[in-house]
Ligand binder design. Sequence first.
Ligand code: SF4
Length: 429
Amino acid sequence: MSPVVPLIAEQAEACASVPVLKQRGQREVFCGLTGIVWLHRKIQDAFFLVIGSRTCAHLIQSAAGVMIFAEPRFATAIIDERDLAGLADANEELDRVVTRLLERRPDIKMLFLVGSCPSEVIKLDLSRAASRLSQRFAPNVRILNYSGSGIETTFTQGEDACLASLVPQLPNTDERNLLVVGALADVVEDQVRRLFDELGIAPVNFLPPRRSTELPPVGAHTQVLLAQPFLGDTLAALQARGATRLAAPFPLGAEGTTEWLRAAWSAWGRQAAEPTRFANVVGPKRERAARSLARHRLELQGKRIFFFPDSQLEVPLARFLSRELGMKLVEVGSPYLHRTLLDRELDLLPEGTQLSEGQDVERQLDRCRAARPDIVVCGLGLANPLEGEGMTTKWSIELVFSPVHGFEQAADLASLFTRPLDRRSRLVA
Ligand code: SF4
């Protein structure tokens, strides 16, 4: 399910004083359709209709199989060879499927047509289909489109493409506001909202919203705080609407969450009037989070970790694991190193950290086998073979599906790394 990119020579390049091993070989990563698994839970009145093949349907159903017991909020319209007879047929078929769906499900207020990689889907103009169908179903249902194709997107980029498609829909505002961008679990979003309340920072909005009727406003006085590092296109679309980004590490761990909040606090200019407020609000929560990490540090200190590229969370995770839990970074691989978005993260990595961008899976496997790290973070496709070779693995997909942001989740995030090591030591004992 991953496209094969032609092999070119690996090259090491120095970038922003951090050496990066660039790789352009075969990739072993999920496509952007995977994002539907967490996005459909977040936007509660949205529906994701994948226009794809049976492979796409299998991927979505197996990644989020639990939904077969509920009224689902995603599905795949399978475009097969029957539709190849003519694009007009395929468009008519798509219109029929959408009409039937929306008549049967009046609870759907936002419909995403999600493109995929089969050639018959690529030939369909989904943006025209979305605007054609929008005219028919407005104002009750907004119909948008984005691509989750494995040719254009990896794994978490599906969320970026989805949120970028929402940006033109956001209302304008001249008001100063803070916009937190990136899907957070509801429980984390509530915690973050309370923290900003306590800091006196308002109004604060979230993208994506929980309901499509609550789209946050954006304008020249909007300051964006990214909650996820893989949202480059969404950020660019927001900046085109006049918003500015607040540079910050990502809110993983006690330190990352503190500095993320501090970026908003500093931008809001509250220090002069209330110099102790940040320390009073954030200090106790940071200390509690740091205490909750202590027992995990005992287990993880000095352990060596290797990241295969997958979720784009690798750099913030590596920063958290090395600085707060004392782990040693063997290699930190990421599908893309968005240097601007990661500026505050890269500064915090230990000097000499081996970073790699892109993938050449066989060569990376060789490096991993030679290094024999204590734990490997990788996609599902690599985990089983590596476990079979006696290595301990962590599925990177879990790091995206689980609530891991913020102070109260810091220990849960650490436990995602201690548990596989515990399991391995019990197997060995
Ligand atoms: Fe596979 Fe492409 Fe469908 Fe993703 S979009 S499941 S890579 S066929």
